[in-house]
Ligand binder design. Structure first.
Ligand code: ZN
Length: 163
């Protein structure tokens, strides 16, 4: 079976950045199922999967516009260290929900990207925003989606939603 709308492909992947550093990969010995055509994976990768068959291996470079979007400089903010009262060992890479403490947050997740004395830089962009994503893909299996999966817009069972 070929990958098309309303099929469930399972694939292994390695994601590297432009410098060749591995950013993410499927767990060893496991492949990832998703519902094709439902926007479960980034658009550039979903397009590249179209028409592939089990056993096929390919590489694709996904531009930010077809990946996690461009990096928006307006989502980078400097905030005073006192905003993080109660946080021990504040470090680069920590993630917070903006405004969570006061309850008036917009739900945006921000990452600490720099510490400079009393000034803390936080970035609300997706960690992979602005990056070209280099995927190495191996398609392991393709099956038809069930009616229920199509209705829900996601995969059920092993590697998917358990409900
Ligand atoms: Zn479901």
């Amino acid at each position: 079976m070929q990958i098309a709308e309303n099929t469930v492909p399972s694939f292994r992947y390695t994601l590297t950045n432009a410098a060749g550093e591995v950013l993410d990969a499927s767990p060893p010995g496991q492949s990832m199922p998703y519902l094709h055509g439902a926007g479960n994976i980034v658009p550039g990768l979903e397009q590249a999967m179209e028409g592939r068959s089990p056993g096929e291996k390919f590489e694709v470079a996904v531009l930010p516009e077809e990946g996690y979007g461009p990096h928006d400089p307006e989502l980078v903010q400097m905030v005073p260290r006192q905003s993080f009262q109660g946080v021990d060992n504040l470090a680069v890479g920590m993630q917070f929900q903006a405004g969570a403490a006061s309850g008036d947050g917009n739900g945006m997740v921000v990452r600490v990207t720099a510490l400079d004395g009393e000034n803390i830089t936080v970035d609300g962009n997706h960690p992979l925003a602005g990056q070209t994503l280099h995927f190495a893909i191996e398609v392991e299996d393709v099956r038809a989606a069930t009616d229920e999966e199509i209705q829900h817009g996601h995969v059920h069972g092993a590697g998917g939603h358990q409900h």
